[in-house]
Design a protein. Structure first.
Lengths: 343, 343
DNA sequence: GATTGGCACTCTGAACGTCCGAGTGCCAAC
DNA sequence: GTTGGCACTCGGACGTTCAGAGTGCCAATC
């Protein structure tokens, strides 16, 4: 059975290993932390920790390194987030500044987070899944070309081009706009999409050709809203950490480029009661990221919660990264809330 | 003076070195290429090439490696682009398929290019600098919130939110729309921006407050069009090439994330008479990319030419990469032309 | 029973020497 | 101008040695 002091030893090992990047021995622990016991005693504790598979020795006689399980115990029971310095807080504040729009806000968010942590920063967009269509606008670019602009109450705007099968004049356009608006304005994304599907499935009448073409494009456009999106920054920081990833950062870069993997991973993380989550090392193996850890914090958007966090080596500074993610998430929530209130 | 055969030896060295990634010796040249002379003769030629600083020996007695200058001579005088295989051509064709819009087309372009070359692919957006504003649309989101949609004849669409100082009703909106449209529709981006600036500089009258607010936002939006943009793919391929970059791919990843550096670099490259360009190794040092090479090909967009290309290690397969960039550029030109014609 | 100092043992990594092969430069001969 | 021959150089692989760090275990101690 691991004792209370044993857990403190685990904490010391995690802290020192993250800091020095070298296996930590019993001697260096008594030197750096004031346990008030001898190295031999620490060795006994370490033997127990090893039995519990919380730490492991890379070689027969070298210091110990935390296992993924050890990091997990550390994060769940031992880590206490250190509040950010006031300099860091004001950095967040000034960085997030006065964003031009949602995209801008998200980009600034990941930039400040990568700056604070030195890791790759990730942020889910506020979910549009429960958003409602507030406006539909059709802009005639040519007699048979329309630009369809959709706006949602979650701050999302999307536009797409549609090539019509027939020419259309100004009055036809107005009629079309009115029909489309009547159909989907005020509807939830999913409901709007369903209604258009119904329209498409209905009996075809010749004069509906234009509307039907349009419906197809709008359905496609709506599906863009339903998709979760991710914004990232700091991929370049990975290059400095090559050796942390058993040689190759390829899976990480791949995931960053793919986006969809990371999106799923972030969605599936389980948060604690404070809205914080960590996914450690092999826990990410199903996603091909068995050597990486991700920590994230929920933030509140008007349309629901989403997450912001960082990805880095398993051997990362969890307390700092969690604290940074939480702080940025709070600012982000506040800004989205202000934005909502001002609408 | 380097002889004709000397140049052929340089070609052989570049080819073999790119293929094997190992310094090439006189012996292996006579083995792999049928020069019809002995290794000793090749050695003499190599000594001359070394005098000209076209090749260099990493160690006193190892094979030779091309210098950046050697690659330059190779690209300018010795490289003959191999046409793509029909499989590759059809890959481009099917990949580029039926793009939904300009963004989609650009993304597909870089994806196919990274697929063909295994390198990081880059593409400049068609320049909007000479584009004209074709449509302005104002969508009322709330009494004091407008969405401003701008469309250009180069396929670019942009939207932005404006918060007005006063409430505005439907008739006021129509008037505003008409005034704005009269001011900038049909104008070149730069001219439109100038006109709005003039408006802002003019004497303020109270009822113009809304228009002036709007003008500020539109100017900002127009400046987004004037900025060149870049789209990229294949950053993950860099991880496989770590050792090619003297240890760190950090500058490359940094540049990819920065975008602006690469944009300048691509803009400043000098193309040959076929619209092809290469920037090799130390030639990129001012941009912090002294160990990378970039090859690019012009493509024709309705609003002018822009470039598409790849970035990789100095030791890259120039003929293949140039051929791939050229092929993709041609398809891209064709698609943009068709799109234009159909408008 | 927990803790401690002592000690034998293990393993890594750096330093060093050796050796082989690849490749060169040079030269005399063709 | 080309060639074969030859001495020379250097890098990398390999094996050996050695010191240092750290462990596990044990008997002694609190």
């Amino acid at each position: 059975m691991v004792t209370e002091r044993g857990l403190q030893v685990l904490r010391a090992i995690v802290q020192d290993y993250v800091e020095t990047h070298e296996p930590v021995g019993s001697r260096s622990i008594v030197d750096r932390h004031s346990f008030g016991v001898s190295a031999a005693t620490i060795r006994n504790d370490m033997a127990l920790l090893e039995d519990e598979e919380l730490i492991t020795a890379p070689h027969t006689s070298s210091g110990r390194v935390p296992t993924d399980k050890g990091y997990r115990v550390f994060v769940n029971h031992l880590a206490q987030l250190r509040p950010l310095s006031s300099a860091q807080r004001s950095a967040i504040e000034s960085f997030l500044g006065e964003p031009a729009d949602l995209d801008d806000l998200m980009v600034r968010t990941v930039r400040v987070l990568t700056q604070l942590t030195g890791q790759v920063a990730l942020a889910q967009y506020p979910s549009f899944a429960r958003a409602h269509v507030t406006h539909v606008e059709l802009v005639a670019l040519a007699p048979n070309r329309l630009l369809i602009v959709l706006v949602t109450d979650a701050g999302g705007v999307s536009q797409r081009m549609a090539v019509l099968p027939d020419m259309i004049d100004e009055t036809g356009l107005a009629a079309l706009r009115a029909r489309l608006a009547a159909l989907i304005t005020g509807q939830a994304i999913s409901e709007a999409s369903d209604r258009l599907q119904t329209l498409l499935a209905a009996e075809e009448s010749p004069q509906d050709r234009v509307l039907r073409t349009l419906a197809g494009v709008v359905i496609d456009e709506l599906s863009g809203f339903r998709q979760e999106r991710l914004v990232m920054a700091g991929a370049a920081t990975l290059a400095r950490r090559e050796q942390d990833f058993r040689g190759s950062i390829h899976p990480l870069l791949e995931a960053i480029e793919e986006q969809v993997t990371l999106l799923r991973l972030m969605s599936e993380m389980v948060t604690d009661e404070h809205g914080l989550a960590a996914s450690i090392g092999t826990e990410n193996a199903p996603f091909g990221l068995g050597e990486a850890s991700i920590v994230a914090s929920n933030y509140a958007a008007p349309s629901g919660t989403a997450r912001v966090g960082v990805m880095g080596p398993t051997r990362m500074d969890y307390p700092s990264n969690l604290a940074a993610a939480r702080a940025v998430a709070r600012y982000l929530s506040r800004m989205l809330d202000e934005d909502e209130a001002g609408r």
